[in-house]
Design a protein around this ligand. Structure first.
Ligand SMILES: Nc1ncnc2c1ncn2[C@@H]1O[C@H](COP(=O)(O)OP(=O)(O)O)[C@@H](O)[C@H]1O
Ligand SMILES: [Mg+2]
Length: 283
């Protein structure tokens, strides 16, 4: 968990596109993020509010290398969940574009899975059926759906609860099921929207390590939202700090040696924490 991975990939945080410059979003990116697992190119999103359009996200440019974990932090309402919904394909950007493995995101697909803060399991159907259900839309036959769901539940340590009802699970177990459901279609990109926020400290720590282990062993590319700077440092290869009104990237920090042990790591952790809290106006 504490080692750092070398990343041989060119990272670019492009400057915000000028919203007045229509050409900024009508053409391919100036700097293409070659080889990126996930590439956001000047992504913007507006929502109607009280009869006018509010810009929620503006000029979000960001690329993740295969196997990289990006952790997004930012004030409540700055557009973090909106950003994940756009990557998932549940919502479409008004400007810019999102590419997964070089392909334009036009809707949800098996290459992306998501875990939310609340588990969002169907209470009326058993744990294994909740997980299997994620494969229905992809045309997987029922028998195979169940087999894959059980395999996925085994991976998150919940085989004994496959036939349980969601209401019989603890918070941590329910999040494990949500994780199994996100992974059952074998995505390349895992999105996590404050997945541990509602858990007690010990469960949270355990799940952080388990999720990090799965991300690493599967070579997944992950984008996780959190409010917890320690969690961001522990799980993220890079920390993306966002500012609100409109939501935009204010800073990208590489965790690097902060994830090691010893005094240099401790110094780097303090430095990152200070920078993040400064940006969030919390210090
Ligand atoms: N579908 C929507 N329609 C209108 N406004 C929305 C919609 N989704 C999000 N918003 C607004 O966009 C802003 C960002 O929301 P969100 O992405 O949930 O922020 P965060 O996850 O950072 O707390 C909020 O002001 C929210 O009210
Ligand atoms: Mg949110």
């Amino acid at each position: 968990m504490s080692e750092t991975r070398p990343i041989d990939f060119p990272f670019f945080a492009l400057p915000d596109a000028d919203p007045a410059d229509a050409a900024a979003t009508a053409h391919p990116p100036v700097v293409a993020a070659r080889g990126a697992a996930l590439d956001l190119d000047r992504v913007g999103r507006r929502f109607p509010l009280d009869g006018r359009e509010v810009e929620v996200l503006s000029g979000i440019s960001l690329a993740a290398a295969p196997g990289e974990t990006l952790v997004v932090v930012g004030a409540s309402g700055c557009g973090k969940s909106t950003l994940l919904r756009l990557i998932l394909g549940l919502d479409r950007p008004d400007t810019g574009r999102i590419l997964v493995d070089g392909r334009l995101v036009e809707g949800p697909d098996t290459d992306r899975g998501i875990v939310f803060q609340d588990h969002r399991l169907f209470p009326w159907t058993r744990v294994e059926d909740n997980v299997a259900h994620a494969l229905v839309a992809h045309g997987v036959p029922r028998r195979e759906r169940l087999a894959r769901a059980r395999a996925e539940l085994a991976r998150v340590g919940l085989s004994a609860h496959a036939r349980s009802w969601p209401g019989q699970l603890s918070g941590g177990q329910a999040q494990r099921v949500a994780l199994a459901r996100a992974l059952v279609a074998r995505p390349r990109i895992l999105l996590l929207d404050e997945p541990f926020a509602a858990l007690d400290a010990i469960t949270r720590r355990r799940l952080q390590d388990e999720v990090a282990g799965i991300i690493r062993s599967e070579g997944l590319t992950a984008v996780m939202v959190t409010h917890d700077v320690d969690e961001a440092i522990r799980m993220g290869d890079r920390i993306v700090v966002m500012r609100p009104h409109p939501g935009r990237i204010s800073r990208i920090l590489t965790t690097g040696e902060a994830r090691g042990t010893g005094p240099a790591a401790e110094t780097r952790r303090r430095q990152i924490t200070r920078q993040v809290l400064d940006d969030l106006g919390l210090r």
